[in-house]
Design a protein around this ligand. Structure first.
Ligand code: NDP
Ligand SMILES: O=C(O)C1=N[C@H](C(=O)O)C[C@H](O)C1
Length: 242
């Protein structure tokens, strides 16, 4: 039996993750804000982080010291967090993703394929809706889907995204990838990638019916990561889709 350590154990995802770990016949342990991350990393076979970007640096340091692999599901990460993850991946196995579900992993593949085939006359818009308590926007999943679209078009997302439209914005930029975020109610996570072309439109969508889809994917990733050498891994690798 493997012990999987949860960072953010009292949060919405932490609770779902403990249920998924038990469902998989494994053992969980966890900490929330103020907990001893060094001890958790030393005691667990792998960690899964669903907490806050502010926790990441200390968590990675603890994982490196204990040589413990980690799945990072926390979103709202900035460029500096990705550098920290790249550094950590020299010493331990790390998987960071905005969405651990099978459905979104496959959706990203479909978005990349569609963007490869549809030229810039097809405007790409990523629309997401989440529950009222979500603190970051656009969602990590929306950004992951935007990256997939940008990869399909062989462009750099940072240079072609349109975010936070408000007021006199001017016309939409040709070839841009737009993002829009809705917040309300208890929505677990809805994502649409819209390809709006000349007089026709394609929408690729995913609806999360509850958080267990993310939790089960994270458990699968953690158990897979335990057998990998140091490096930075992706969900398509875990699910055998790449
Ligand atoms: N990749 C994926 O598939 C998914 C990613 N997520 C992401 O996971 C994260 C958590 O989401 P959710 O569970 O809904 O959020 P919650 O706010 O419900 O839970 C986060 C928990 O982490 C705790 N926490 C905050 N800082 C630390 C710290 N330094 N060390 C340990 N624990 C800490 C919080 O404590 P306190 O309340 O006291 O601050 C809280 O209990 C978000 O970034 C979300 O976007 C969510 C779903 C799926
Ligand atoms: O905060 C959430 O709830 C979710 N966060 C992730 C994201 O930012 O994409 C994944 C999922 O959509 C739920």
């Amino acid at each position: 039996m493997t012990s999987i350590g949860i960072i953010g154990s009292e949060g919405r995802m932490g609770v779902a993750l403990a249920a998924a770990i038990s469902e998989a016949g494994q053992q969980s342990c966890g900490i929330d804000k103020g907990g001893n991350v060094a001890k958790l990393a030393a005691d667990a076979g792998a960690l899964v982080d669903f907490s806050s970007p502010a926790a990441l640096e200390a968590t990675l340091d603890a994982c490196i010291a204990a040589k413990t692999p980690i799945v990072i599901g926390t979103t709202g990460l900035e460029e500096r967090h990705h550098y920290l993850i790249d550094d950590a991946a020299r010493d331990i196995a790390v998987l960071q993703t905005g969405n651990t579900s099978l459905g979104v992993t496959l959706l990203a593949h479909l978005v990349r394929e569609a963007a490869t085939r549809l030229d810039a006359d097809w405007d790409i818009e990523v629309l997401e809706m989440h529950h009222r308590n979500k603190v970051d926007a656009p969602s990590g999943t929306a950004l992951l889907l935007g990256e997939a679209a940008a990869e399909g078009r062989a462009i750099e997302l940072a240079k072609c995204s349109e975010r936070g439209r408000d007021g006199l914005t001017g016309a939409r930029g040709h070839g841009k990838i737009g993002f829009a975020s809705l917040r309300g109610g208890t929505v677990a996570g809805d994502h649409d990638v819209i390809f709006a072309g000349p007089e026709e439109m394609i929408t690729l969508s995913h609806r999360a019916e509850n958080r267990m889809i993310f939790a089960r994917g994270a458990v699968r990733a953690a158990l897979w990561l335990i057998h990998q050498k140091p490096g930075r891994y992706t969900m398509p690798q875990v699910l055998g889709l790449s």
